[in-house]
Design a protein around this ligand. Structure first.
Ligand code: FEO
Ligand code: CA
Ligand code: CA
Ligand code: CA
Length: 635
């Protein structure tokens, strides 16, 4: 049995850190944010009028090449780098002497998702940044390793160091003279790693298929990994998607007692010790040694950043697949709706609706809201309807005849259940975001390979869709706002990505968009205060660099993208998160130099430029040089 510190699970009634805001609904914050932004926009109206293109900034040239740049009139600052200390007892950053205990006291690696949560209503210079650390790049973390052989050649200390560098971070930030910096030793600071105790809740908790030799209860697991994107709940907790777990496991799928299930979940040709060597440090990551361990991953994890002692919780009601993110909206009756994409070629788009409504007045009442409700999967019709098909045990084909003996079985094998219901295979759903102003939902589909074995369909119309596309979903309006819990929505194509000038590509943005105003492989999405859509790409593609693009979703310039920021070479910009005061946007820079196969090949050691340091994934903050709001209300 593993050692389970009891206090971790005893989170009921625990006193919050002295200055945490408890019981404060995020909806109230959002209202205040709009007020603040409205006031700021009035005072800065001449700047917006002087903007080059109606978006409030002069765009970068998309042919800038693989180098870091931000639109004219803006600046970027480094906020947090991999290895920065979160506590004063953290040893100095030194991956040449890998020490897992040191890494667990430092900011983690490969930051993808970011959420910024204000700590106090009256202090715009203070907040909590919650960040996902998705996966390691051992060959870029340690000298002397090659990408192709790193898993086998890493030392045990290096493997354990990578386990402590993944997971999540919660970091208190403070802004002094315009510069955000971590508050070292803040009571809110927290690292969640590959070995942190995590509770499992919901319909699959305790299921026989989640039980292991270390945890016969099937309710407690060590760690979270492959934390991709996420979301923020209306009660101010953060959701983190465990995505594509197979890379972290080793072994032989053919020799596994549940091989068909693993194959359906894209476990194939595993490396003997996993892609990052984790099975060498902990045999539970060997699927033949601990056959049920994979079933304890690929869930959505909920973490309360305001309570550093509360265990993170895997919410099995939200299904098991390659979770990209988990974005929330409220139905008119107060039930919480979570949009969930399965980021894999030909996988599905899901939605979860809670059984009970959100209680804005009692934060604690929402603690287990995500344990009970209905998970549905989307079927897109050629006539423009999205039908939500409920994944409910003992209904339709989800019965013992098909191997489903409980709701827990449906949750563990969400994908097979969705297959049986006739869900629509999608071209890798990533960003999946309700617009807080209109209620419409944008889905970013990164793309799919040339051999679209699933065949095209109306919502994924291109064979060999390497550039991806954006869909727009519209829930019915009940008169009291968009009904995110309705059984049926409508859908249309917002943009078909790629180069519209390329013959046969079928790309489509705004018809008047300039010859360079196009992107491919859309991934993370955000809406700014003006309602414009920010899109991060993931796949350097034909331009050999990723980018952060901005475009209107309504009006004369709808779907006309402009490049705002270009990340450093080999890096990807992820998850724009605006400060509530509109003064700027946090962006995560993941895997700088990932285009290189070893550290020796990396000449530009972003962001430090120090040849003795590796390139470091970092969180940046972009703001206007004149101090005005980034997302001024241009609507
Ligand atoms: Fe981790 Fe789907 O990107
Ligand atoms: Ca993604
Ligand atoms: Ca990437
Ligand atoms: Ca990505």
């Amino acid at each position: 049995m593993m050692d389970w510190p009891e206090r971790v699970f005893n989170d009921k009634g625990r006193a919050a850190p002295a200055r945490a805001r408890r019981g404060e609904p995020i909806s109230a914050l959002i209202d205040r944010r709009r007020l603040l932004l409205g006031a700021a926009a009035l005072s800065l109206a001449p700047v917006a009028a002087a903007a080059a293109d109606g978006l409030g900034f002069r765009p970068l040239s998309p042919s800038i090449g693989p180098r870091e740049a931000v639109a004219e009139g803006y600046r970027r600052a480094i906020v947090l780098r991999w290895g920065d200390p979160l506590w004063s007892d953290a040893p100095p950053f030194d991956p040449s002497r890998p020490d897992a205990r040191a890494a667990a006291r430092q900011f983690g690696f490969n930051n993808d998702f970011t959420a910024f949560l204000p700590l106090e209503d009256d202090d715009p210079d203070r907040g909590l940044l919650v960040v996902n650390h998705e996966y390691p790049n051992p060959h870029l973390m340690f000298a002397g390793l090659q990408e192709s052989t790193a898993a086998a050649e890493m030392s045990l200390e290096q493997v354990q160091f990578t386990m402590a560098s993944c997971g999540m971070s919660v970091v208190e930030l403070r802004r002094t003279e315009g510069a955000w910096a971590p508050v070292v030793d803040s009571a809110f600071n927290r690292r969640v790693t590959g070995t942190t105790p995590v509770r499992i809740s919901g319909p699959a908790a305790g299921h026989a298929r989640l039980q292991t030799s270390a945890d016969p209860s099937g309710t407690r697991v060590l760690g979270t990994h492959d934390n991709c994107n996420g979301g923020v709940t209306p009660w101010g907790t953060v959701l983190s998607g465990e995505e594509g777990s197979a890379d972290f496991f080793g072994g032989e799928v053919g020799g596994h007692p549940d091989a068909a299930h693993l194959a359906r979940n894209h476990y194939a040709d595993l490396e003997p010790h996993g892609r990052y060597g984790w099975a060498r440090a902990d045999r539970r990551f060997d699927i033949n040694h601990e056959p049920n361990e994979p079933n304890r991953f690929e869930w959505v994890v909920e973490i309360d950043p305001f309570d550093p002692d509360a265990a993170p919780v895997k919410r099995t009601a939200l299904g098991r697949f390659a979770h990209e993110g988990a974005q929330c909206a409220l139905a008119p009756d107060g039930r919480v709706v979570v949009y969930l994409g399965d980021d894999w070629e030909y996988e599905y788009c899901y939605r979860f609706v809670t059984a009970q409504p959100f209680d804005p007045n009692h934060r604690a009442a929402n603690r287990d809201l995500l344990d009970e409700g209905v998970l549905s999967v989307a079927r897109f019709s050629a006539e423009g309807a999205v039908d939500w098909l409920p994944l409910v045990y003992a209904t339709g084909p989800l019965t013992a005849a098909n191997g489903f003996h409980s709701q827990g079985d449906v949750q563990v094998e969400t994908r097979r259940a969705a297959d049986l219901l006739g869900a629509t295979p999608m071209d890798s759903p990533e960003g999946y975001l309700p617009d807080p102003k209109t209620g419409r939902i944008i889905i970013a589909l990164t793309g799919a390979g040339e051999d679209r074995t699933a065949g095209t369909n109306a919502a994924n119309p291109r064979q060999g869709n390497v550039a991806g596309h954006l869909l727009e979903l519209v829930p019915p309006d009940t008169g009291q706002g968009p009904d995110h819990a309705a059984d049926s929505f409508t859908w249309s194509i917002f943009a078909l990505c790629g180069d519209p000038a390329e013959p046969g590509e079928g790309a489509r943005f705004h018809p008047d968009a300039g010859p360079e105003d196009w992107f491919e492989a859309p991934d993370n999405l955000a809406f700014d205060a003006a309602g414009d859509l920010w899109v991060c790409t993931d796949g350097p593609g034909r331009r050999n660099h990723d980018g952060l693009w901005v475009m209107a979703t309504e009006g004369e310039t709808r779907a006309w993208p402009r490049l705002f920021y270009s990340p450093p070479a080999g890096g990807e910009c992820c998850s724009p998160a605006f400060t509530p005061d509109g003064s700027g946007v946090f962006v995560a820079i993941q895997h700088p130099a990932e285009d290189k196969a070893s550290l020796a090949e990396v000449t530009a050691r972003w962001p430090d430029g120090d040849p003795t340091l590796p390139p470091r994934p970092s969180v940046i903050f972009i703001s206007r040089t004149d101090g005005g709001p980034v997302a001024d209300d241009r609507a």
